[in-house]
Every structure is written in C-alpha cells, then in structure tokens.
Design a protein around this ligand. Structure first.
Ligand code: T46
Length: 137
C-alpha cells in the first residue's frame, strides 16, 4: 500500500486450531484508538458505491469479515484503491481521508470499528469542501 496519510493496513493476529479460527481485537493494543461504535455494512449490490466523505475527528478500522470489497482512499495528495478480501487484514482509515467503498461481492460484510459516536457534523460529504478543509487546517 502507498502512503495515504492516516491510513494503514494491519495484520490481525489469528488464533487457530482444529476447531477453526478466532481474531480478538483489543483497543490500543491491536488497533490505535478506542472504539465507541461498531457497525457493519452488507447486502450491497456490486455496482453501487458508498462513502464519498471524510471525517473531521473519527478514526476507523475496516475489516471485511466476509466476501470482498474495495476501498478508495484520497488524502488530498495521494490516492489509492485497496482490496479487502481477507478476514485477518484490517484497514485503518483515519480522519481527513476521503473514502469510498465499491466492488462489493454479494456476500460482503464490512465491519467497522469507529473511535467516535455517530455525529453527522463530523462528516464532510462534498469533495471541494474536503479540499478546502485540508487547505485551512
Ligand atoms: C464510513 C463508511 C466506511 C447512523 O445512524 N449511525 C451510524 O453509526 C452510521 C455509520 C450511519 N448512520 C446512518 C446515517 C445515514 O442516514 O445510516 C445512514 C447511512 O450512512 P452513510 O450514508 O454515511 O453510509 P456509508 O456506507 O456511505 O458510510 C459509512 C459510515 O457512515 C461512514 O462513517 O466511514 O461507512
């Protein structure tokens, strides 16, 4: 993965034995914030695109716990598309990163751990406003 500000891929520690696998996520230790909120996205058609926003204060960990999808990231300078198709890989999408989710497989379940409670005023949903916000920071 190229350098996108506030973003990185995490290898999540798998605990496996003959019964199957388990991944445990402890705040700070396994991902770099405390999660106040968890949500998941599923039932998405392959041709839809979600997201189209950045966050002012919220940091998030995205894990595709079933199926696959792609995440488009843009920090105002660099842009990258990341494929999530592995339950033991997490993607940190920090604040100030424009992101879009697309190319969902039918069975995709995208789990998200978020550092803040839901607050619509934390979203920037217009791309020009996003660039302006970054310039004025
Ligand atoms: C993000 C990406 C990865 C709530 O009421 N509570 C919540 O916690 C969330 C996440 C959403 N909502 C409401 C707000 C909207 O009326 O659910 C509706 C759909 O949300 P949105 O259009 O923002 O969904 P996505 O898939 O475009 O974006 C979501 C998250 O909102 C966003 O923070 O980073 O997933």
């Amino acid at each position: 993965m190229k350098t996108i500000k506030n973003c990185k891929l995490l290898n999540l520690h798998e605990i496996g034995d003959y019964r199957g696998k388990l991944i445990a996520l402890e705040e700070i230790k396994d991902y770099p914030f405390k999660a106040k909120r968890i949500y998941y996205i599923y039932g998405c058609e392959n041709n839809i695109r979600r997201g189209y926003h950045s966050h002012k204060r919220t940091d998030q960990l995205l894990i595709c716990v079933n199926g696959s999808c792609k995440i488009y990231l843009d920090d105002g300078m660099n842009k990258e598309d990341v494929l999530l198709d592995n339950k033991s890989i997490g993607l940190i999408v920090g604040r100030d990163v424009w992101h879009e989710m697309y190319d969902f497989s039918k069975d995709c379940v995208l789990l998200v751990l978020a550092s803040e409670l839901y607050n619509e005023s934390d979203y920037i949903r217009n791309y020009e406003d996003f660039l302006k916000y970054l310039r004025n920071k």
